[in-house]
Design a protein around this ligand. Structure first.
Ligand code: G2I
Length: 486
């Protein structure tokens, strides 16, 4: 793992280091290129030991399958219920997984009271719902599906007719603006199906994203649900379609993957999907829509990676092999780019970038946690800022703001010493050999710093950049690391 992490942090095409063995779980293999591998999870299955065993072993991201939807979280107007969603979020965080929130505004699975609203009453209820839910989960969500399935099927490229659409064409951007204001730390996604290849529907979504980017409407990612079967196969231009969206300046994510079928045909299709994502540097992760075939919303199609008994299917092996075949690492996953500034106060867990002391050096950058139990977070970009006659940087001190006492796992990163700022000095032993991944682990409890990227000569010159991320063995809150350098 340490070797793999070090390779991933280099920010280059993955090639396993000599002697390194391939990762053996979906999450670890995806992490080698800075990606996540997630699953949709149902709260009522968290008492199923087989289910939870697979979840905890294989996955690094969780999407509540139904528990964050409008009917679940606001069954009565103005009264919010988070118990089931919290069970999933708490389970994820306690086991080092991140969470994709799904979904804030959608024509389906609305509570009855919302279905009966229209006009300004519905618009303000929708905006309030987005605000309340995103605020409640602020800092705990990697990405929100802010708006789900707002475009019509067929060749028109039109918006889907719905009560939300009838409140005015700007309902989507109103939802995104409300989400950004409520949680500036979450990536904000538009999510849809039948948009996986280039067609009238995906063209319409593309035009919307392009327009949002041009006008500064906050959008950071597009989710491609990717529900496939013989009637709706993996499109030949799947990768090209992901890429053209990425080229707009948004991340792309495969958000609800399932592929009906069996045996090698199903396995081949899973491999194709994974390779397409890995070929697109801004494809930041893949989520399958359930764990075992029997957990699926369309169980009769056996569309998932594990059979009803929890055994790995050929589709699992193809997925793992494709993940291990590598691809470009994902790009920075830090501050959402080129969108309107958040209107809400940033969370207190986000420290400002360090500033260079007079005549000294500093690193600017940040990223997000947490990770746990051997998982690796996306690498974090750091750029060396130097002023005056500062010497080359030989020491980095990442500080994870939420790091709790009692645990340290350190590896040298950027070719230098790295130690969580708040780790007790007598815990963990920072690496001393520049450019060599070393680690030392002590007690449980927090995410820790890993590294391994950067120059091999142990120095970073002015303007040079490197990456680091989190790798931990415990439970960590969302955290934005900063670096100081000397
Ligand atoms: O339909 C597949 C997915 C398409 N994209 C959006 C996703 O949110 C959607 O997920 C599915 C869930 O997997 C199903 O579990 O959304 C369905 C509803 O549109 C979910 O089904 C519902 C049933 O219709 C309800 O009867 C049931 O009470 O699940 C509910 C909770 O089990």
């Amino acid at each position: 793992m340490a070797a793999a992490a070090g390779v991933a942090a280099l920010g280059t095409t993955l090639a396993l280091a000599p002697g390194a063995s391939a990762a053996t779980t979906l999450g670890a293999s995806a992490a080698q290129t800075g990606r996540y591998f997630g699953a949709a999870v149902a709260a009522n299955k968290l008492s199923d030991a087989t289910y939870v065993g697979i979840l905890n072993r294989e996955f690094t991201m969780v999407t509540p399958e139904n528990e964050m939807k409008w009917d679940a979280t606001e069954p009565t107007q103005g009264q919010f219920t988070y118990a089931n969603a919290d069970r999933i979020v708490n389970h994820a965080r306690a086991n080092g997984m991140r969470v994709r929130g799904h979904a804030l505004a959608w024509h389906s699975q609305q509570p009855g009271w919302a279905q009966n609203l229209s006009g300004t009453g519905l618009r303000s209820a929708m905006v309030n719902h987005v605000t309340q839910v995103a605020t409640y989960y602020r800092g705990k969500i990697y990405a929100w599906d802010v708006v789900n399935e707002a475009f019509a099927d067929g060749g028109t490229g039109a918006r889907r007719d719905s009560n939300l659409q009838r409140t005015g064409n700007d309902w989507i951007e109103a939802a995104f603006r409300a989400a950004r204001a409520a949680d500036p730390t979450a990536k904000l996604c538009y999510n849809d199906y039948n948009t996986d290849g280039q067609n009238a529907k995906s063209n319409a979504v593309y035009a919307m994203v392009q327009d949002f980017k041009a006008r500064g409407v906050p959008i950071d990612c597009v989710g491609f649900q990717s529900h496939f079967n013989s009637a709706s196969p993996v499109p030949a231009d799947y990768q090209a379609n992901l890429q053209r969206f990425a080229n707009l300046g948004v991340d792309v994510q495969i958000t609800e993957l399932d592929i009906e079928g069996s045996g090698s045909a199903q396995a081949d299709n899973y491999g194709r999907v994974v390779r397409a994502c890995l070929a697109v540097s801004r494809c930041t992760g893949i989520t399958v829509w359930g764990i075992r075939d029997t957990d699926s919303w369309r169980a009769s199609g056996n569309p998932l990676l594990f059979d009803g008994s929890g055994n790995k299917k050929p589709a699992y092996t193809a997925t793992l092999d494709a993940l291990n075949s590598g691809g470009p690492t994902t790009p920075p996953t830090t501050t959402p780019p080129t969108t309107t500034p958040p209107t809400a106060t940033p969370p207190t867990t986000t420290p400002p970038p360090s500033t260079p002391p007079p005549g000294g050096s500093a690193l600017e950058g940040g990223g997000e946690g947490p990770q746990g139990r051997g998982r690796q977070a996306p690498s974090v970009p750091l750029t060396v800022v130097k002023s005056g006659r500062a010497p080359a940087i030989t020491k980095l001190e990442p500080a994870a703001p939420d790091v709790a006492a009692g645990h340290a796992e350190t590896e040298n990163a950027c070719g230098a010493d790295v130690r969580p700022e708040h780790a007790p000095a007598d815990r963990g032993e920072a690496g001393t050999h520049l450019g060599v991944a070393r680690s030392a682990r002590s007690a449980e409890g927090i995410p820790a710093i890993h590294g391994g990227g950067g120059s091999q000569n142990g120095q970073l010159g002015a303007g040079a950049s490197t990456t680091f991320g989190f790798q931990g063995t415990g439970v960590g809150p969302s955290a934005t690391p900063t670096c100081s350098a000397s």
